[in-house]
Design a protein around this ligand. Structure first.
Ligand code: ADP
Ligand code: MG
Ligand code: MG
Length: 360
């Protein structure tokens, strides 16, 4: 911590939170008898190849969010957006002697992230927070943000990669996933729908979060309102249906991503409606008609895309996602297929309900 502009005496550092990507610590400092906490993170260098560029993005984003919230008259804006603490040299990231990259944020007290959605209120609040996040960043000045993971939501490219890996996989493994592979391969037109609308200039590129899970929004423990969107590593240029879609993927079922009992992977329409209400309450004002029309489709597509990635990793021998057993990625791919098929089956109805909320 002595590398960063943090006052006081070091008290302790403890591993913190349940993130899967970075190493996160809560650091306590004693500032003239008052204890103040910070979040210290080692950035996952394997997932994010260029941490300094990533931190350049995050630093810009945090300042823009803070300025926007102050403009909105927010009194406690430092709690409503992450604040980057720079090094004594003024950089937003510190590289240690072993090549590790570290960053520090203010700790947001009195708020927690939830791993599994428990009630409609949480779904509404999370979606409202991500909509507000996009709204505040809609006019980010300056150059385009760096793509921290190039081609992150290039679904057709992900499908193409799957096709190759599937074709080259050893026969027993290929046989074991024939049904799942067929599900993905037969929907190749859907896979390219959003990127081709973007290429034609019909869907605008925006600043999107790209990891819109419930546990990346801190929710106030007393008011139960969303306080702050966190986990900004994947914030980069993207499409709005990706963010809403990933919310749908992760917050419309109580089943865990690696649930083996597919009966439990049930799409919950009430959670979906809560997401739609929350999201439109804050993002409704800037969305174009075509963006609105593709929000539900985004839910299908993000579930499909993650499923493709799980199955690809299974065929490749589990090299990307952490696994506890050999079939883990196959089990995960199946939960995504179960959810994607349910969304697909009622897509028209959901679109109608969303349009009604929008008109209200
Ligand atoms: P990962 O990419 O590994 O998910 P996150 O940035 O989401 O990393 O951080 C991991 C966890 O640490 C979060 O789920 C949250 O519980 C906690 N956390 C992160 N930043 C803060 C913060 N500024 N204040 C309080 N808690 C935080
Ligand atoms: Mg996280
Ligand atoms: Mg993350």
């Amino acid at each position: 911590m002595e590398r960063f502009c943090v006052a006081g005496d070091f008290v302790e550092a403890c591993p913190y939170g349940s993130g899967h990507i970075n190493d996160t610590y809560a650091v306590t400092m004693d500032q003239a008898g008052r204890t103040v906490r910070y979040i210290l993170q080692r950035i996952n260098h394997r997932v994010f190849p260029d941490p300094p560029r990533l931190m350049e993005n995050i630093h810009r984003i945090c300042r823009e969010l803070g300025a926007g919230l102050r403009r909105d008259g927010e009194e406690r804006s430092s709690r409503r957006a992450l604040t980057v603490v720079c090094t004594r040299e003024g950089a937003p990231v510190h590289q240690d002697d072993q090549g590790g990259f570290w960053r520090v944020y203010y700790f947001i007290e009195g708020a927690l992230g939830y791993d599994v959605v428990e009630n409609h209120r949480q779904a509404f609040e999370a979606a409202r927070a991500f909509g507000e996040f996009q709204r505040l960043l809609a006019d980010l000045p300056g150059p385009r943000l760096h793509e921290t993971i190039p081609g992150f939501h290039d679904t057709p490219r992900r499908l193409e990669r799957f096709r190759q890996v599937f074709a080259e996989a050893p026969r027993p493994r290929r046989e074991a996933v024939r049904v799942e592979a067929e599900f993905f391969l037969s929907r190749h037109d859907e896979a390219s729908r959003l990127v081709s609308l973007q290429r034609q200039g019909l869907l605008p590129e925006r600043v999107t979060h790209n990891d819109t899970k419930l546990n990346n929004v801190l929710i106030d423990q007393e008011t139960h309102q969303a306080v702050c969107v966190i986990d900004l590593d994947t914030v980069m240029p993207g499409l709005v249906p990706y963010d809403f879609g990933d919310l749908v993927r992760t917050s419309t079922t109580r089943a865990v991503e690696d649930e083996r009992d597919l009966e439990k992977v049930r799409f919950d329409r009430e959670f979906f409606l809560a997401l739609a209400r929350g999201y439109l309450s804050s993002a409704g004002a800037f969305l174009t008609p075509l963006e609105r029309e593709h929000l539900v489709f985004g839910g299908f597509l993000m579930t499909y895309e993650v499923g493709v990635r799980f199955l690809t990793d299974y065929l490749e021998g589990n090299v990307y996602f952490k696994t506890a057993y050999d079939e883990h990625n196959l089990v995960r791919a199946r939960t995504q297929i179960a959810l994607a098929s349910q969304i697909e089956a009622v897509r028209g109805e959901l679109e109608e309900e969303l349009a009604q909320i929008d008109r209200a």
